[in-house]
Design a protein around this ligand. Sequence first.
Ligand SMILES: *[C@@H]1O[C@H](CO)[C@@H](O)[C@H](O)[C@H]1NC(C)=O
Ligand SMILES: *[C@@H]1O[C@H](CO)[C@@H](O)[C@H](O)[C@H]1NC(C)=O
Ligand SMILES: *[C@@H]1O[C@H](CO)[C@@H](O)[C@H](O)[C@H]1NC(C)=O
Ligand SMILES: *[C@@H]1O[C@H](CO)[C@@H](O)[C@H](O)[C@H]1NC(C)=O
Ligand SMILES: *[C@@H]1O[C@H](CO)[C@@H](O)[C@H](O)[C@H]1NC(C)=O
Ligand SMILES: *[C@@H]1O[C@H](CO)[C@@H](O)[C@H](O)[C@H]1NC(C)=O
Ligand SMILES: *[C@@H]1O[C@H](CO)[C@@H](O)[C@H](O)[C@H]1NC(C)=O
Ligand SMILES: *[C@@H]1O[C@H](CO)[C@@H](O)[C@H](O)[C@H]1NC(C)=O
Ligand SMILES: CC(=O)N[C@H]1CO[C@H](CO)[C@@H](O)[C@@H]1O
Ligand SMILES: [Zn+2]
Ligand SMILES: [Zn+2]
Length: 619
Amino acid sequence: MRFSARLVLRVAGAFATARALETATQWPVSDLKHSSKLSQPSRPLEWGDINIISTTDTHGWLLGHDHSSFPEPNYSGTWGDYSAFVTHMKELAVEKDVDLLLVDSGDLHDGTGLVDGFPAGGVDAQDANEFFKQIPYDVLAIGNHELYVYANTYDMHMNFGQHYKDRYLSSNVNITVLGANNQSVSVPVGSRFRKFTTRKGRSVTALGVIFNFGTNDVNTTVQRVEDMVKDQWFADAIVEEPDLFLLVGHMPVSRDRWPLVFNAIRAVHPTTPILIFGGHLHVRDCLQLDQRSVSLASGRYMETLGWLSVDLDSQGNTQPLNFSRRYLDANVVTYQYHTNRTDLTFGTDQGRNITAGLRGLEERFRLTEQYGVAPRDYSMTGAPYPSNDSILTLTVEEAVPTILALNSSRAAEGIPSLLIISSGSQRFDIFKGPFTRNDELTVSPFVNQYIFIPDVPFEVAVKVLPALNGKGAERLWPGEQEGESREMRAWRVEREVEREYAHWLEDMHRQYYESERSATVQGELTLGYVTADACPGVGDDVAHLPLPAYPIPDFIASRMPEPVDGKVDLIFVDFIEGQLIRTLNELQTERMYTRADASVYAPVWSNQVLGRYARVAWN
Ligand SMILES: *[C@@H]1O[C@H](CO)[C@@H](O)[C@H](O)[C@H]1NC(C)=O
Ligand SMILES: *[C@@H]1O[C@H](CO)[C@@H](O)[C@H](O)[C@H]1NC(C)=O
Ligand SMILES: *[C@@H]1O[C@H](CO)[C@@H](O)[C@H](O)[C@H]1NC(C)=O
Ligand SMILES: *[C@@H]1O[C@H](CO)[C@@H](O)[C@H](O)[C@H]1NC(C)=O
Ligand SMILES: *[C@@H]1O[C@H](CO)[C@@H](O)[C@H](O)[C@H]1NC(C)=O
Ligand SMILES: *[C@@H]1O[C@H](CO)[C@@H](O)[C@H](O)[C@H]1NC(C)=O
Ligand SMILES: *[C@@H]1O[C@H](CO)[C@@H](O)[C@H](O)[C@H]1NC(C)=O
Ligand SMILES: *[C@@H]1O[C@H](CO)[C@@H](O)[C@H](O)[C@H]1NC(C)=O
Ligand SMILES: CC(=O)N[C@H]1CO[C@H](CO)[C@@H](O)[C@@H]1O
Ligand SMILES: [Zn+2]
Ligand SMILES: [Zn+2]
């Protein structure tokens, strides 16, 4: 019974992931993960008349990625290192007598302890932003993670926005605040647009647009992009022809609404160069909406700096734009290579000061506090599920059951249970080595309770996971969408990002092993992103082998219990309660389950589980 029930679960997982890759094509990565070879950029950057460094979706990764399992060291540059890079690149731009601009596409909140680990009474990202603000960005746009909590938006309006002044753009996002007469007024969080002239005298019109985000907090307003482009202010802002339009925004460059903005501008200016810097899906991407425009997305989590260079021709020219783009791995080797500096000549006082300040913040937030030492890497998509290297297996088979058992009276009575959770419960991988409070905040931010229905017939309980996975996490119950909770809608937005990122990894893996590239140079390469985008030439600055990419089911379950009297406790996260109860009622007709049948299983929150487990199991 135990064996066959287990088999049901495994088959269910495989069934739910019809897009599964041939596992035979997965490159054996164990040696690569702990190599110590250093990868240099492949070639110098191409500089043009206008050169732009772009960041997006930094999400608090201002101290870089500091675990030693690869590819993490590739992204080990700190915000201070980035500052030094910017300083030297600005010097180079002056030497070459060209323009260098800096842009950021938003999502500064939610991601690491530096932003989320603030003490009670604080505001998310407020302290970390003091360091962010030391980079002299020319244009910044607001992201959806600035809009989930009013206090964060307010801070961006009052504090961040005041610092960057008209450079902080929110073309279609307003905040409601108390105005002069104590009346509430809706005003843009930053500015709607910026017109400026570069050091070399080129005129730029910049906008900062977010996608049609609908899960923002009360007293913040996101205007739909299709409505924004019909506004009078928009028409007025674009009527004059600049040397280039610079559209920086929190919106994917593929399959979203940039064409609406682009077409509105093209209707007035058929040939003016339009440079678009998007974000939100956490991928590297590039495409051209026409021959005199380029769109770039620069990844996530300070793993990637985007580089775009363009040669400007005279107004009215209709030739294709001459441009190049590059995705830089964010580390000191990259920075030194492209600025022709060494360890002795690279660092700057300001950069060292920024990193030292962030280390101080890390201490103040107790982020280095060690909970235990992880015995191996646990990966989300980099290892098959189920397996000992999977963070999903660790979570659902070991960590949660262990911690629940310590705090549950049902478990103390020896009542068997089956746990079902959503696979979207973790945000990032765990790496071999110290597991700290920062890792806990980074890996496991979602706050849910574990609730249960007692004494569910075993033969019904075992069918729940396959049924959930068969329908998929996107399933909307008839009539449920209307009254869907804000939490559920927010989860959908985040899940979309995770899914697109995972697809991107799968695609690069498949394409790589289908192409001839794999046959030749494999041995020399290190793990990382291998980007195939729609722009000409190779975009990645460092040639890599693609990371392994395994598909994961939507829902996962603990090991099969031995039922007592044919019954088990069915435990699940409160978040999936509605879907789970409906599924139970579809699977059997003996009784009608309702929310009243479910109650809290143990006084434990999902974001505490890994930290507690590390204390128990990894010490
Ligand atoms: C423009 O094209 C030339 C010739 O292909 C190339 O050398 C130069 O680097 C290009 N400029 C940019 C900005 O990429
Ligand atoms: C503004 O309104 C708040 C309550 O909304 C009130 O407490 C406060 O006294 C008012 N201030 C002025 C200057 O009217
Ligand atoms: C939204 O703002 C208005 C005006 O400032 C205020 O009266 C109201 O309480 C706010 N709503 C919430 C939910 O904070
Ligand atoms: C945003 O604020 C501006 C300025 O107060 C206002 O004119 C506009 O109607 C607001 N837009 C939205 C969508 O609320
Ligand atoms: C790099 O720096 C060295 C030492 O300052 C200098 O001799 C060399 O010309 C530089 N190379 C480039 C490509 O700028
Ligand atoms: C270093 O940082 C401190 C505050 O963090 C600031 O007061 C000081 O001006 C900074 N020094 C430099 C050289 O940037
Ligand atoms: C996975 O871990 C379990 C328990 O630690 C162990 O018994 C098993 O041999 C491991 N499996 C593999 C393939 O390493
Ligand atoms: C939960 O378990 C821990 C570890 O055994 C214990 O210290 C704590 O008191 C328990 N809390 C509750 C509410 O049972
Ligand atoms: C600069 C740096 O640390 N690069 C590393 C990127 O990752 C590979 C392994 O995948 C390492 O070999 C490089 O040293
Ligand atoms: Zn993001
Ligand atoms: Zn986003």
